[in-house]
Design a protein around this ligand. Structure first.
Ligand code: ATP
Ligand code: MG
Length: 259
C-alpha cells in the first residue's frame, strides 16, 4: 500500500471540541479539535500534564469524553487501532513471534493462519532473525521494535504511540525514527505520536499539534511540508533547523515563557 498524495486522503477520524475533566475540576483537555486523514503522521507536542496521553486514551476508547465527540469516518470497526506505549509491555514468557501474534490471538486467530503476517511485520522492523528469542534476550530498542511490529501487524486504521522512544538512548532513538518513517512509507500507516522532543516531532511529522497545560489544550499547529522519505540530509538542513525553531517557540509559548 502506498500512501495517497495529499488532497486524496480519506478521513480517519475527527475530534470535535473534546473535553475531559477529572474529579469535576481537573481539566485534562479542553475543546480539542483534530482531524486525522489517512497517511497522516501527527505529533502531539507539549509539556507534562497538557493532556497528550489523555487525548490518546480518549481516541483509544480507554476513557470517555466529558464533552465533545470523537467520530470515526465510516463508523468504528474491530481493526481501528494499534497502540505503542513508552514501555514495550511484552509478555516475558512468550517469544518475539508469539508476542506479535497477540492481537490476532485476542481475536481467536491461530498462529498458523497469520504466520505470514507476523513474519512480514518482524521483517519490516528488522527482527526476522529473532522470532524464537525471548524479550529478556533483546536490547531496549529491539523490544520497542517488537512492540511496533505488534501494533502494526493487523494493519490498523490508526496507530497511537505514546512517547515510545523516550526511554532509549539518542542514537537508538534516531535509528528508530528513521526506521519508523521507512515503515510508514512501506505500509502507508496513519500515526498519532506523542513526544516531548521538538527534534523528533519535526523529523517525523507532517503536522505538529502543540499543546499547553492547565487547562490542557491545543495552542498551535505547525506544518512540516518537507517531503518523505526524510533522511540525514533533512536532519541537517536549514529547513529542519528553522522548523525546529518554530516548534520550539510554540512550545515555549505553551510553557508560558512567551506572553
Ligand atoms: N485518571 C486521572 N485522574 C485524575 N487526573 C488525571 C488522570 N489522568 C490524567 N489526569 C490529569 O490530567 C492532566 C493531563 O494528564 P496527561 O497524562 O494527559 O498529560 P500528558 O500530557 O500525557 O503528560 P506527560 O507528558 O507527563 O505524560 C494532568 O493534570 C493529570 O494530572
Ligand atoms: Mg503522557
Amino acid at each position: 500500500m502506498t500512501p495517497a498524495p495529499m488532497g486524496q486522503r480519506s478521513r480517519v477520524l475527527d475530534m470535535t471540541r473534546v473535553t475531559k475533566t477529572f474529579n469535576g475540576d481537573v481539566v485534562a483537555l479542553r475543546d480539542m479539535d483534530l482531524s486525522v486523514n489517512s497517511g497522516d503522521f501527527i505529533s502531539l507536542l507539549g509539556p507534562s500534564g497538557c493532556g497528550k496521553s489523555t487525548a490518546l486514551r480518549l481516541i483509544a476508547g480507554l476513557s470517555n469524553t466529558s464533552a465533545g465527540r470523537i467520530t470515526w469516518a465510516g463508523g468504528q470497526s474491530e481493526n481501528d487501532l494499534g497502540v505503542v506505549f513508552q514501555e514495550p509491555t511484552l509478555m516475558p514468557w512468550a517469544t518475539v513471534a508469539q508476542n506479535v501474534w497477540l492481537p490476532f490471538r485476542l481475536k481467536g486467530q491461530s498462529y498458523a493462519s497469520v504466520k505470514d503476517e507476523i513474519l512480514e511485520a518482524l521483517r519490516l522492523v528488522g527482527l526476522e532473525n529473532f522470532l524464537e528469542s525471548y524479550p529478556r534476550e533483546l536490547s531496549g530498542g529491539m523490544k520497542m521494535r517488537v512492540s511496533i511490529a505488534r501494533a502494526m501487524v493487523t494493519k490498523p486504521r490508526l496507530i497511537l504511540m505514546d512517547e515510545p522512544f523516550a526511554a532509549l538512548d539518542e542514537i537508538t532513538r534516531f535509528r528508530l525514527n528513521n526506521d519508523l518513517l521507512t515503515l510508514k512509507a512501506r505500509i502507508g500507516c496513519t500515526v498519532i505520536f506523542v513526544t516531548h522532543s521538538v527534534f523528533e516531532s519535526v523529523f517525523l511529522s507532517d503536522r505538529i499539534v502543540v499543546m499547553a497545560a492547565r487547562p490542557g489544550r491545543v495552542i498551535r499547529e505547525v506544518h512540516v511540508d518537507a517531503p518523505y522519505p526524510r533522511s540525514e540530509e533533512f536532519r541537517t538542513s536549514a529547513e529542519y533547523a528553522a522548523l525546529c525553531r518554530e516548534a520550539s517557540d510554540a512550545l515555549r509559548e505553551a510553557m508560558g515563557e512567551i506572553a
